[in-house]
Design a protein around this ligand. Structure first.
Ligand SMILES: [Zn+2]
Length: 320
């Protein structure tokens, strides 16, 4: 043995070892994460999601990882990573371990992709955008057509994952490598949740529709439970109305223009979430202490035994 191939149905040994280590970590307790895309400054809504995710992890006495989803290089903005880290630090949201950059993990994702290509789990799709727009889910048009993998008419194919069972009806065959050659977000994200041992994903409601796709990708990596997903509502005011631009939902003002202290910002976010009454300023740590004493105020499930819920992954989202 000693080669990189192990099981026909699983992943190459090196990747399998990373996933196994992640699963091992998951048995040790709650691990959350925040994974911004550095395509611009963090919005106040992003920071609010980060705050909820951080609170949930800390209330579980769990860890909280910071991952930068920076694979889609044309969308990246210079300095956005540094600015995101500075904003999180300013807010008092501390993360565990090193910052993980997806751009430094491309080799791992490519190994998954080439393994899947060798084992026939992915196929080349050359459908045009127009063809695709006719169907809500991908029809499987290219599934058995043996489309070429190389350049044809100045285009590369997208790589689609063959999914079966419930996923075929729920999401169709997802793209795991885009036609422009980029690794698809769902592939990298699904692999990382497993390899990093993420037990709970808390993210914005705008990402709720991709949960099934990510679960389909995870299912293709082996008989592994996906993390628990929780999608939190987009930024609202205390009356439950979505904030308008003039309320500052478009982003945190640049540091030097911010009228508020970090405590005022935490207070503002926390009162918007009805965790504290309006008009208070407090640090993230003080907010955490407050919620440790009053856990019933935190409306996002903090179960005493998260491993229990981990085993029960029926894939439902909590509609908030
Ligand atoms: Zn196709």
């Amino acid at each position: 043995m000693g080669g990189s191939e192990s099981r026909t149905d699983g992943l190459p040994q090196r990747l399998q070892a990373l996933i196994d280590a992640g699963q091992q970590r998951r048995t040790k307790g709650y691990c959350g994460r925040f994974a911004p895309t550095p395509s611009g400054p963090l919005h106040r809504g992003n920071l609010r999601t980060a705050l909820i995710s951080w609170l949930a992890a800390r209330l579980h006495n769990g860890s909280w990882r910071l991952r930068i989803d920076d694979l889609d290089t044309p969308r990246l903005r210079p300095g956005a990573v540094e600015a995101a880290l500075a904003d999180l630090r300013w807010l008092g949201l501390d993360w565990d371990g090193p910052v993980i950059l997806q751009s430094e993990r491309r080799g791992l994702y490519h190994t998954v992709l080439s393994h899947w290509r060798c084992t026939g789990k992915v196929y080349a799709c050359r459908c045009s955008r127009r063809q695709l727009s006719r169907h809500r889910l991908y029809s499987g048009f290219c599934r058995d057509r043996q489309r070429g993998w190389g350049w044809e008419q100045q285009r590369l194919p997208a790589w689609r994952l063959r999914v079966a069972g419930e996923f075929a009806e729920r999401c169709g065959d997802p793209v795991v490598r885009r036609a422009d050659g980029y690794i698809a977000y769902h592939l990298a994200t699904a692999f990382d949740e497993l390899a990093l041992g993420i037990s709970d994903v808390v993210r914005g409601a705008d990402l709720a529709p991709v949960q099934t796709v990510q679960e389909a990708v995870i299912a293709a990596m082996g008989p592994i439970s996906p993390p628990r997903y929780q999608h939190v509502p987009l930024l609202c005011d205390t009356q439950g109305m979505k904030l308008s631009k003039r309320d500052g939902s478009q982003g945190l003002p640049p540091r030097n223009e911010r009228p508020a202290t970090a405590e005022a910002e935490v207070g503002r976010l926390a009162s918007g979430l009805q965790l504290i009454s309006p008009g208070n300023a407090l640090s993230a740590q003080d907010l955490l202490q407050h919620l440790r004493l009053r856990p019933e105020l935190f409306p996002y499930p903090v179960s005493p035994d998260s491993s229990q819920s981990l085993r029960d992954h029926s894939g439902q989202t909590t509609p908030h």
